[in-house]
Design a protein around this ligand. Structure first.
Ligand SMILES: *[C@@H]1O[C@H](CO)[C@@H](O)[C@H](O)[C@H]1NC(C)=O
Ligand SMILES: *[C@@H]1O[C@H](CO)[C@@H](O)[C@H](O)[C@H]1NC(C)=O
Length: 468
């Protein structure tokens, strides 16, 4: 009994944390669950709003290149800006060590202006993000409160409905949504771009982003390997209405390149060094940005796991279609079921990251088996693809070889297929093989195109197949 009571007292003592209050944005404690838990061992209180200096940088179609800085503390700055209260507003927030003037945020706004007319507000909280991680992870609460205050001001001043707000947050920025969502009911949408894992994964919903923070919450996971020992920075836990795991959500293609090849990338040296340390983590916003211009190039296939997705169990898209990862994910919001939905897709390894998934089945013709591989290129109303390897191994006449392939464009109606085989060595018997039939199934709608070929060809000689 004595042991029990002293243990309980110890807990109460630990739970009685400090509290700090700020004008306008309220009080914050370091009590459980904010600190003193296995997930959040180090106690920190958020810095003051003045020290974090959350800034709101407005871009519109009328000022796509130069922001107007607006603030809810002096709301006349909003009156005099290009902010238009009859349009929806998308907020974009950076994460740890990053800053709101980084090109990726304003570039995302510019891409939006190519397809829609919105208020695009980049949130800069660099003064609160360039500090030890444990501090930044608490500062994000004040950032969320500031966004909440901003939205409340819009509502009071213009009758602006929170349902017209879309909050896009990367990394730690995604968790600002927790404080914002707790303060402003009825936010339209939150998109979390690889929400940060340390100090958030496994914590109660009040601490982190969760699906009750907005009417619709979509999440892109790109760096969700465990932080220890793999240094994964993003959450693996599903926390939205739709959770997308591109390439399985842990390791992104193209992220193994050395620093030199990153520097020659169009984004330059700074982007190169950023990529070197956090390539997987940064992919989330790059995919989102590409999705604005390639709506159907990021279809998420509902599936119980990435392995099942890779083996074709979850192909093609179900009757109701596949949700789109990224900008257009909310087109699916009226079709979401209860519970968490996990979605899988593959991307390219450099931009443009969009990919379209096809199942390609090749039935061979010929006289005898030979070792080698099969390549296929698709031609259609949407363009033609490069050659993709479908199979490698023993090639037997009359056998059918199938493979799921993520190609670089939407082929549309398949009008022609080119077949090529090779065994990479000089074979004095000069064997010949052909493709008697190729069936191409489009993942988006399940449509199958059948193409037929006649005869056989030597290795490295292209055979053309046309609709049967
Ligand atoms: C705001 O947007 C609406 C709808 O697009 C438009 O009719 C109106 O003229 C805009 N207001 C201003 C001040 O530009
Ligand atoms: C599909 O082709 C790729 C590339 O050759 C190969 O790695 C993969 O194993 C193939 N999948 C199947 C199911 O044969």
């Amino acid at each position: 009994m004595f042991v029990f009571w002293s243990f309980a007292l110890l807990l109460i003592d630990a739970a009685k944390g400090e509290e700090i209050c700020y004008e306008r944005v309220g009080c914050y404690t370091d009590d459980i669950p904010w600190s003193g838990t296995p997930e959040r061992p180090i106690k920190r209180l958020p810095w003051s709003p003045e020290r974090i200096n959350t800034r709101f940088l407005l871009y519109t179609k009328n000022n796509p290149n130069n922001f107007q800085e607006i603030t809810a503390v002096e709301p006349e700055t909003i009156d005099y800006s290009n902010f238009n209260a009859s349009k929806i507003t998308r907020f974009i927030t950076h994460g740890f060590v990053d800053q709101g003037e980084e090109n990726w945020l304003s570039d995302m706004c510019k891409r939006m202006f190519e397809v829609e007319d919105v208020n695009c507000i980049c949130i800069d909280w660099k003064k609160g993000s360039r500090c030890p991680y444990t501090q930044a992870a608490n500062n994000i609460r004040v950032v969320g409160a500031e966004v909440g205050y901003f939205i409340n001001t819009l509502e009071a001043r213009y009758g602006y409905s929170p349902s017209m707000v879309h909050f896009i947050g990367h990394s730690l920025g995604a968790h600002a949504a927790a404080e914002m969502g707790n303060r402003v009911p009825g936010i339209g949408r939150i998109t979390a771009l690889d929400p940060a894992q340390p100090y958030f994964q496994g914590t109660p919903p009040i601490v982190r982003l969760d699906k009750n923070d907005a009417a619709f919450v979509d999440v892109i996971h790109t760096d969700s390997a465990p932080t220890i020992p793999y240094l994964g920075f993003g959450m693996s836990q599903a926390v939205g209405h739709l959770d997308f795991y591109p390439n399985g959500g842990e390791y992104m293609p193209g992220c193994k390149k050395n620093i030199i090849s990153q520097i020659v990338d169009i984004d330059g040296i700074w982007e190169g060094t950023r990529d070197f340390v956090a390539c997987n983590h940064l992919r989330s916003y790059k995919y989102y940005s590409d999705s604005i211009l390639y709506p159907d190039g990021f279809l998420g296939y509902p599936c119980a796991g990435h392995n099942l997705f890779e083996t074709g169990t979850c192909f093609p898209c179900p009757q109701g279609g596949c949700p789109k990862m990224g900008h257009y994910a909310d087109e699916f919001k009226n079709k979401i079921s209860s519970g968490f939905q996990k979605l899988y897709l593959n991307t390219g390894e450099a931009k443009v990251f969009a990919r379209w998934r096809y199942k390609i089945s090749v039935t061979l013709s010929g006289k005898s088996s030979v070792r080698g591989y099969i390549n296929i290129a698709l031609y259609g109303t949407g363009g033609n693809t490069r050659q993709y390897q479908i199979f490698q191994g023993k090639l037997k006449p009359d056998e059918t070889y199938s493979n799921l392939t993520d190609v670089e464009l939407d082929v549309g109606t398949v009008t022609m297929v080119k077949f090529l085989w090779n065994n990479n060595m000089i074979n004095p018997t000069l064997p010949k093989l052909g493709a008697a039939k190729v069936a191409v199934q489009d993942g988006e709608n399940g449509n199958v195109f059948n193409l037929c070929g006649s005869g056989t060809v030597r290795e490295d000689v292209l055979q053309t197949l046309t609709p049967c």
